[in-house]
Design a protein around this ligand. Structure first.
Ligand SMILES: Nc1nc2c(c(=O)[nH]1)N[C@H]1C(S)=C(S)[C@@H](COP(=O)(O)OP(=O)(O)OC[C@H]3O[C@@H](n4cnc5c(=O)[nH]c(N)nc54)[C@H](O)[C@@H]3O)O[C@H]1N2
Ligand SMILES: Nc1nc2c(c(=O)[nH]1)N[C@H]1C(S)=C(S)[C@@H](COP(=O)(O)OP(=O)(O)OC[C@H]3O[C@@H](n4cnc5c(=O)[nH]c(N)nc54)[C@H](O)[C@@H]3O)O[C@H]1N2
Ligand SMILES: [Mo]
Length: 925
């Protein structure tokens, strides 16, 4: 095949790459050929149905649709001939004839009108066709409006829904001119299975599908009714989608996905429609100080009426009050930093605690999250980050997704997983719940919760037993294989069936599929990490990849799907009690000397780092009960909802003699505060964040913070100054520059580059290198360069079901809500879709309990009890109940078990013994 095709385009000799269309070549040369059904964005295949892009090809009688036509050698193409121009104009005029009116009162912008203007058409010459067409307005969905009046049957929404997001909700009904998009089986959109990713809205060129946030009372929308565009990053999950925030005045009015390295234009419901939490009336807008005559600390502050508990204060007063309770208290102080804030803010926070108080009692929500995965990865691979980006699944032929529910929790990553399966990739899903990826799975291994080690060891047993290992890889790149191999002998699948519930044949089939892969990836989440054996679970996954040589090549790798938008970055920046930035151990003398040099003359403890690991999130609250910790600074975390065993956690918060909370809302945690510092939300500040793919990306402010709220980095800096530190940062870029001095991972990544390029993946090998999506091809960052096998044994859960608590409680997430609900329960669309605390049970379990779907149940564990709505869900095993933890009125963590994994110190969120009973409906207020 020739490398390039040479042809003539508007009189010039030009070249095309194989597979490139005439439209793409013309577009690349700056020629404007109108396009409607063609969306020049990754993932959208051209369809050539609207004919708005026709061009003339010498020797051909009919005009050609340039978006699907590939040039051939010697072809002569004219884009601006009179014939082509007038044909294109005609197409647009015919389409406009069908459009809703556009006049001064009905001003609307859309891609179609832009294209009309590009063709010199202000309005259609053709009479409006008043045909009795299918109608028209569907306003059944909270987030989107459908106005079929404006539909031009281009089919982009169908491609958006089916091919890009792989949601398969939209189809076309009718034929030809009368075709129109339908949702499922012609349901109103709001009653369909639509998950509101909004990809169709973003794709629609005419405004037939629009964001509800931009339509007026007459249901007329104007997609250009904003006055500023800011490119930034979505504030929710670790996928790190790049977004374009469209704002008008001080408000964001809509959000589009843009072409970031992780999302390539795609978004999910939270990223697209969940932005308005920042405009909620509950936003903290002034600093607050607890009143001397306030009632006892507890969950009793009404965010709409704070004045019985707190009084407003000036920044000066509040910062002084906050500092006065921390200053000079050394080991009595502990800090929780935030994975929702920027890298610079995470760095400053850990520096403040270490430098200001002379110890390492600083941690963040990674402890409740992937701490066990990171412990296993550091131990066996030498690095806690992913070895390959999730987008590498494009180059894989087999992938495991275990203990992760990406369709709800990493929805944009899930679109790539679904596309992979659609292309014929073999997806192996291992989850006790029949989660949404099941439909796309080649093997759905629905096993018993907590049985991961038994299952994975039995899979590895088969691979070893049948000689399916990659011996060369094991030999060249790993250590401790012999011990692992001997260990696996005891895990024949027949022996493990009792624990896993999976028959030996299935285990063998899965083992063979995985071992037979050319390139395979392993993705995992909280179902693996949140157990007292979370580190062992991850050790098994690492061993599985190593024994088959599935690391360090395109389409191969280990990828723990990181949760918070900046949990990777916050961990990298040192918001961890055992590590300084870039996982430099606090126990290393060399490391401590470096910091003494860097931080030495800034006051505090002379920059000296204490050679002693600090306490973790879970240990700190225990230390409050033991009177070792007495004052805390909590920034952008909500432990009064997210920690296990909340009675215990909340009692600790109440017991502190000084608590400073810095948040954007009066959270459950802030209920216990002595001083509350109002912070800016992500869309209101500048700073970098690092996603699950190791991509460092630039966040930019789109709107100002409300009232007197301030940027987090500024608040930390002011507090540090008042605690005796000589800090002089004037902008996050100063902080980034300091971080570069201690973080080799940021080599070749500069603030200026990030401003320019938006994203760079670390490691980046030169100032031009966009970064390495795959690492460890040539060796591992461990002594000797080898990765290690660490055998893992089966450990039962801390608490097993018994006569009193006969069922298993598992907790987790739902698509629309974020963790403790502080943000998403204040986002209009998200709260409207999921307004009420709920749990899910198998139909047979509900029947036994005598509870109808939608009825009320009480869940009780050894630690507490909640009463809430019960949903019917066949995906949940009959002896289990699934409970999301976003709802304060039925807080999951009143029930969960605080038992910890010994290595990662992560609690057993995924397994408690529970009693489920029918209950009286909760009285409406
Ligand atoms: N919508 C939404 N998205 C989020 C978040 C959110 O709050 N809401 N949070 C973000 C954060 S911080 C994180 S960490 C990620 C978490 O994302 P995920 O890891 O996907 O989170 P979970 O829903 O907690 O649990 C994942 C899966 O583990 C399964 N599971 C339960 N027990 C076991 C077990 O014993 N073994 C195995 N193999 N599987 C089990 C559950 O059935 C569930 O499908 O999501 C991020 N994205
Ligand atoms: N039962 C159960 N419990 C769990 C889990 C589970 O699966 N089951 N998962 C655990 C996991 S994986 C995680 S990561 C944790 C999460 O636990 P947390 O991190 O405590 O939960 P979030 O609700 O994300 O808290 C983030 C806080 O930051 C605030 N915030 C948002 N943006 C900003 C900002 O720009 N500046 C400031 N200052 N504040 C901001 C929000 O209002 C919110 O209060 O929960 C854990 N708890
Ligand atoms: Mo997490």
């Amino acid at each position: 095949m020739p490398d390039t095709i040479t042809f003539t385009l508007d009189g010039e000799t030009v070249q095309a790459r194989p597979g490139e269309t005439i439209w793409e070549v013309a577009n690349g040369r700056g020629l404007v050929i109108p396009h409607l059904c063609h969306k020049p964005a990754p993932g959208y295949r051209p369809d050539g149905n609207c004919r708005a892009c026709m061009v003339e090809i010498e020797g051909e009688r009919t005009l050609a649709a340039s978006c699907i036509r590939e040039p051939t050698d010697g072809m002569v193409v004219t884009t601006h001939s009179a014939r082509a121009k007038s044909a294109r104009k005609m197409v647009i005029e015919m389409l406009l004839a069908d459009q809703p009116e556009r006049d001064a009162a009905h001003d609307r912008s859309s891609h179609l009108w832009d294209m009309a203007e590009a063709n010199g058409i202000a309005e259609s010459r053709l009479p409006t066709l008043e045909a009795e067409r299918i109608p028209l307005l569907d306003d059944s969905h909270v987030a989107m409006r459908v106005n079929l009046d404006a539909c031009i049957q281009c089919g982009l929404c169908v491609r958006a829904c089916r091919e890009v997001q792989v949601n398969d909700v939209i189809g076309m009904a009718g034929r030809g001119h009368d075709a129109y998009p339908v949702f499922d089986f012609d349901d109103p959109m709001g009653e369909s299975t639509c998950v509101a990713c909004g990809e169709c809205v973003q794709a629609c060129p005419t405004g037939a599908l629009m964001e509800a946030s931009i339509v007026d009372a007459r249901q007329i929308g104007d997609s250009a009714d904003w006055d500023r565009e800011t490119k930034s990053i979505c504030p929710f999950c670790g996928v790190g989608c790049q977004v374009s925030l469209k704002s008008k005045g001080d408000r964001i009015v809509k959000v589009d996905g843009i072409d970031g390295p992780a999302n390539e234009g795609r978004l999910c419901v939270k990223g697209r429609f969940g932005f308005d939490y920042i405009h909620h009336p509950h936003r903290l807008t002034v600093p607050l100080i607890r009143r001397d005559d306030a009632p006892a600390k507890g969950l009793n502050v009404d965010p709409g009426n704070l004045s019985t508990h707190f009084r407003k204060a000036t920044w000066e007063e509040a910062l002084e009050a906050a500092a006065a309770g921390l200053r000079g208290r050394g080991r009595e102080v502990a800090g929780f930093g935030s994975a929702k804030c920027s890298n610079e803010e995470a760095y400053l926070f850990q520096k403040f605690i270490r430098q200001g108080f002379g110890h390492n009692n600083v941690d963040h929500c990674t402890r409740l999250c992937h701490a066990s995965s990171v412990a296993a990865l550091l131990e066996n691979v030498g690095s806690g980050a992913v070895t390959a980006t999730f987008n590498e699944i494009e180059n894989a032929d087999v992938a495991i997704v275990i203990g992760a529910n990406p369709v709800e929790n990493h929805p944009v990553a899930a679109t790539y997983f679904k596309q992979f399966a659609k292309r014929g990739g073999k997806l192996i899903v291992m989850d006790p719940r029949g989660q949404a990826l099941k439909r796309h799975a080649a093997h759905m291994v629905q096993f018993r919760p907590g049985a991961d080690v038994a299952l994975l060891n039995s899979i590895m047993h088969v691979i070893a037993d049948e000689g399916l290992t990659d011996r060369q890889y094991i030999e060249a790149m790993t250590e401790n294989w012999e011990a692992q191999k001997a260990h696996l002998e005891g895990f024949a699948p027949e022996k493990m069936t009792g624990l896993t519930g999976i028959d030996a044949d299935t285990v063998r089939a899965v083992a063979r599929t995985f071992a037979g892969a050319k390139a395979a990836m392993i993705f995992w989440g909280m179902g693996v990490s949140q157990h007292i054996h979370g580190t062992d679970n991850s050790r098994c996954l690492i061993s599985l990849a190593l024994m088959t040589g599935q690391v360090g090549r395109p389409g191969a790798g280990l990828h723990p799907l990181r949760g918070q938008n900046n949990v990777q970055g916050a961990s990298d920046a040192g918001l961890i009690p055992m590590f300084l930035p870039d996982y430099a151990s606090v126990l290393s003398e060399e490391v401590r000397e470096k910091y003494a040099g860097l931080w030495g003359d800034e006051g505090g403890h002379g920059g000296e780092i204490v050679a002693e690991k600090g306490l973790t999130v879970t240990e700190i609250l225990g230390a409050v009960h033991d009177d070792r910790i007495k004052a805390m600074y909590i920034l952008g975390e909500n432990p009064a909802m997210s920690d296990p065993d909340l009675d215990h956690a909340r009692a600790a918060l109440a017991k502190l003699d000084h608590l400073v909370v810095q948040d954007i809302f009066l959270t459950e945690t802030a209920n216990y505060a002595d001083v509350i510092l109002p912070a800016s939300a992500f869309a209101e500040k500048a700073g970098t964040v690092t996603n699950t793919n190791r991509q460092v990306q630039m966040g930019r402010p789109a709107v100002p913070p409300p009232g007197e709220a301030r940027q987090d980095w500024w608040i930390v800096t002011e507090l540090a100054k008042r605690c005796g530190l000589d800090w002089r940062y004037t902008h996050p870029r100063d902080v980034f520059a300091e971080m570069k001095q201690v973080m080799p991972s940021l080599d070749n990544i500069t603030w200026a580059r990030l401003e320019d390029e938006g994203a760079v993946t670390y490691p980046s090998l030169s100032p031009e290198d966009p970064g390495q999506p795959i690492v460890f091809a040539d060796g591992f960052p461990r002594a000797g360069g080898r990765a290690r096998f660490t055998p893992a044994d089966v450990i039962p859960p801390d608490e097993t079901p018994d006569a009193e608590y006969p069922m298993i409680l598992t907790t987790g997430r739902q698509l629309e809500h974020w963790h403790t609900g502080s943000m998403t329960r204040r986002a209009t669309v998200l709260d409207a879709v999921e307004p009420e605390a709920n749990c899910s049970l198998h139909p047979s379990t509900l029947r036994k309990l005598g509870v109808a779907p939608g009825g009320t149940v009480r869940l009780t564990t050894r630690r507490g009890s909640v009463t809430l709505l019960a949903r019917m869900d066949r995906a949940v095993a009959p002896d289990m109940v699934f409970l999301p933890f976003a709802y304060v009125e039925a807080a999951a963590n009143l029930l969960t078990n605080p038992a910890l994994d010994p290595f990662g110190k992560i609690p057993e969120f995924k397994f408690s013994a529970v009693k489920v009973e029918a209950a009286e409906p909760i009285a409406a207020e």
